[in-house]
Design a protein around this ligand. Structure first.
Ligand SMILES: Nc1ncnc2c1ncn2[C@@H]1O[C@H](COP(=O)(O)OP(=O)(O)OP(=O)(O)O)[C@@H](O)[C@H]1O
Ligand SMILES: [Mg+2]
Length: 410
């Protein structure tokens, strides 16, 4: 790799597309040089449902990030997040015999044992996005992070395998190429997010990352330094906003503003008597309510989402091993009192996941809604990145590229 390279992360979320452009250095943290964010209505629960809307939002977000960075991204530099309820993960072990007389394990043996995990039986139209080694075992000895050079006749690997529905992945790939860009890799949205919100120590001693987005809440459990399970719930900030819109009989936009400005998941952090005024759904009548009433609407929905999160953590059977607690990120984590509600429902210490481990001084870098975009950049530093979710959709044609150049000129 040259000493410095421009790369871009594209987070295609349920409420917005975010593009982060960064300089990737060989021996240093990535430096964010441009951010572009565009609202997008082309996805439902993380999967593309309207290709044109998604394509336009991708074009607008990348153009904005390029303007911000005062430079262009070129082919093969775009790393795209993938999410949706079709994403599944498994823990799987495979083994090979080392039959050579010197019995010294080579990089080829390691590639072979990891590659043999691809033999896992997948459902119809599924494909592997990630094979993440958790632990290598040489002749029964566990806890080996790099077995190359060791002697042994039996090499096995425990791996975390993430799969997705080929059609859903291809649909997103098509939106990216119709927008005029070439996708290098697809990376699981929550695994990318972890790279800028969770520390190596937290991953080691056990933690759960919760990304509360607009239409989804993603969960990833980490233990002994690697991911053990990822899961997505079809609930997020939008459900809270809808409850407010219905409960106060107002428009979705007013409800969203009320939530973000005055909302809270717990009453102890607000002045319960404080009054707030808002516009009714008719767009003319001014109404009044209290922050306590708003909180009474928000609280049960937050508790419901968090109790589903807790159910998923319990199902993984790792709950008792999560010693570092929960890290909550995504736009939804900015709700006042969410950290406290999380501690209450999950019964574990919690903190907010503000993006870190990248450098730069661009506006928005501390926004948890942009954690995934920045995480995609950081994920590209991992050894397993090159083999992750390769894009199989066709490259943008020359006409698409010319159209993009033309659109930029007008
Ligand atoms: N201050 C705030 N208080 C409460 N909620 C907030 C605040 N700021 C943003 N949000 C909520 O965060 C949500 C958007 O988060 P985010 O941008 O992470 O979602 P997304 O990535 O587009 O969606 P998803 O991850 O579900 O695909 C919206 O529901 C928005 O109302
Ligand atoms: Mg998101």
């Amino acid at each position: 790799m040259p000493r410095e390279k421009i790369i871009a992360g594209l987070d295609v979320g349920s409420s917005k597309v975010a593009c982060v452009i960064a300089k990737k250095y060989e021996l240093d943290l990535p430096e964010v040089i441009g951010i572009g964010v565009t609202p997008c209505k082309g996805l439902k629960h993380g999967s593309v449902v309207n290709m044109k809307e998604t394509e336009h939002a991708i074009t607008a977000a990348v153009n904005q990030a390029e303007e911000n960075a005062e430079g262009k991204i070129y082919d093969d530099e775009l790393i795209v997040s993938i999410k949706g309820q079709h994403i599944e993960s498994y823990n799987h072990s495979t083994a090979i015999n080392v039959t050579r007389t010197d019995k010294e394990i080579t990089p080829d043996d390691v590639a072979h044992v990891i590659g043999s995990a691809k033999q896992i039986r997948l459902g119809f139209d599924k494909e592997i996005i990630h094979i993440i080694p958790q632990d290598f075992i040489v002749d029964g000895q566990r806890g080996i992070t790099d077995p190359v050079g060791l002697e042994g006749s039996h090499l096995s690997v425990d791996a975390h395998i993430v799969t997705g529905l080929s059609s859903a992945i291809n649909n997103l790939g098509k939106c990216v190429s119709s927008a005029g860009f070439e996708c290098k890799n697809f990376i699981s949205s929550i695994l990318a997010t972890a790279e800028v919100t969770v520390s190596e120590q937290e991953k080691k001693i056990g933690c759960v990352l919760i990304d509360m987005g607009d239409q989804t809440t993603d969960i990833a459990v980490y233990l002994d330094g690697s991911s053990r399970c990822i899961k997505e719930l079809p609930l997020g900030g939008k459900n809270i906003t809808m409850d407010i819109a219905r409960g106060l009989s107002t428009s979705y936009q007013v409800a969203q503003d009320l939530k973000e400005q005055y909302g809270s998941a717990i009453t102890s952090l607000i002045d319960v008597k404080e009054e707030i005024s808002y516009l009714s759904v008719d767009g003319r009548t001014q109404k009044r309510t209290t922050r306590k009433t708003l909180c009474d609407i928000i609280k049960p929905r937050v508790e419901e989402i968090l109790s589903f999160v807790d159910d998923e953590i319990i199902k993984t059977q790792y709950k008792d091993m999560i010693s570092a607690g929960a890290i909550i990120t995504g736009g939804g984590c900015q709700l006042l009192g969410l950290k406290e509600a999380c501690e209450e429902v999950l019964q574990m210490p919690s903190r907010l996941g503000i993006p870190q481990y990248v450098k730069g001084s661009i506006n928005g870098m501390a926004d948890p809604a942009l954690a995934c975009g920045m995480g995609l950049i950081k994920y590209s530093y991992l050894p397993e990145f090159e083999k992750s979710g390769r894009c199989k959709t066709k490259k943008p044609g020359i006409l698409t590229k010319v159209r993009r150049m033309f659109e930029e000129m007008i």
